[in-house]
Ligand binder design. Structure first.
Ligand code: SF4
Length: 354
């Protein structure tokens, strides 16, 4: 497939040819990942956060949240459950919570890696590069750090004065530490338009990522953006599909925010370029308190029942739920000099394919 031009991007994002966009994205996903859908078990081990992002229910100013922190032993127990269910990746996620020091987190990573043959992904926010280097030595494989928006002024407004430059600096630093790196955006944040979205997608492409999350904005009633309009489901689907065309080798999850807008939409995302589902393994008594947006973790099913349901839904759609660790094929291609182009056609536009 030839590189996508600006006019075509605008056309795709404005819904000018959804059938072609989704068909191209599905074809590209199939070429790179076949029928496999990677399952990653996510453990949201703390909803404590000292930041104040305007779009997030976990913001420090939100006094309505019941805060929790899992004891390290309980995090490891939850990881045992993920591995026991046969999933190949454990995602450890929290707010920006400095209540756990680097040694404590490192020890959790080491204990998980000693007990299970799994990949460990960290989603812990703005911790220092020294800490990320230490956790890499402890065995962590991947890191997620979303930019949320590439609009610098909006980034600083919605993240209450945080520095966009610093975010990019941290992302680059994490990459240099040898992690597989993921980032992502929120589609449909207030005061953004189609060209902001285009710029965001191009930024994500330029960052040359292994994982990319593209989810719709879901307003949280307990935040300053309570009355803002919700991000569009179609817009989020289009953005994820276009991302698949821009970065064929990246792992792209169908985000839980899709389901928060329309139950079942996450599965639909698998037909539009996404190849990863991340079921939550946060213990039942805490899962609804990880309230970034309404509708997250609201299922009353047990984690086992939820996982069974996810596996069945994936199979019913003609895919294969996969227990593989699911590293990005980009890694093998870039680092091991594989002759096989993971995008299948040497036309993904990446340096190594030119
Ligand atoms: S988005 Fe992340 S850093 Fe911001 S308030 Fe929510 S949990 Fe904290």
């Amino acid at each position: 497939m030839k590189a996508i031009g600006e006019k075509e991007m605008v056309d795709f994002l404005s819904g000018g040819d959804d059938a072609r966009l989704y068909s191209l994205a599905d074809e590209k996903r199939q070429t790179v990942f076949g029928d496999e859908v990677y399952l990653r078990g996510i453990i949201e081990f703390s909803n404590v956060c000292h930041k104040d992002c305007q779009y997030c229910g976990l913001r420090v100013s939100n006094r309505g949240v019941k805060r929790y922190r899992l004891h390290p032993d309980d995090i490891v127990r939850a990881a045992d459950l993920v591995a026991g269910e046969g999933l190949g990746t454990i995602v450890l996620q929290s707010g920006d919570d400095f209540g756990y020091d680097a040694i404590e987190i490192g020890s959790v990573i080491e204990r998980i890696k000693q007990r299970h043959d799994v990949a460990v992904t960290l989603s812990l926010g703005d911790r220092s590069l020294d800490e990320y280097a230490y956790w890499r030595d402890c065995g962590a494989d991947r890191c997620l750090l979303k930019v949320e928006t590439g609009h610098v002024k909006l980034y600083e407004r919605f993240r209450c004065g945080e520095s966009f430059k610093e975010r990019l600096y941290r992302l680059e630093g994490i990459k240099r530490l040898g992690y597989e790196v993921g980032s992502g955006i929120i589609v449909g944040l207030p005061d953004t338009d189609l060209f902001d979205l285009m710029r965001d997608l191009l930024l994500l492409e330029q960052l040359d990522l292994d994982m990319i999350a593209v989810g719709p904005f879901v307003p949280n009633p307990d935040t300053p953006l309570a009355n803002a309009g919700q991000g569009g489901l179609d817009q989020a689907f289009r953005a994820a599909a276009l991302m698949r065309l821009l970065c064929p080798q990246a792992n792209i999850p169908a985000t839980s925010a899709l389901d928060a807008i329309s139950p079942g939409a996450r599965m639909t995302g698998l037909k539009k370029g996404c190849n990863v589902i991340m079921p939550s393994f946060t213990p039942d008594q805490f899962k609804t308190d990880y309230a970034i947006y309404p509708g997250k973790n609201t299922s009353e099913m047990t984690v086992q029942a939820k996982l069974r349901h996810v596996r069945t839904s994936i199979s019913d759609m003609g895919f294969v739920p996969s227990s593989a660790k699911g590293f990005s094929p980009r890694r093998e291609y870039v680092e091991q000099g594989s002759a096989r182009c993971p995008a299948g056609d040497h036309a993904c536009g990446k340096a190594q394919c030119r």
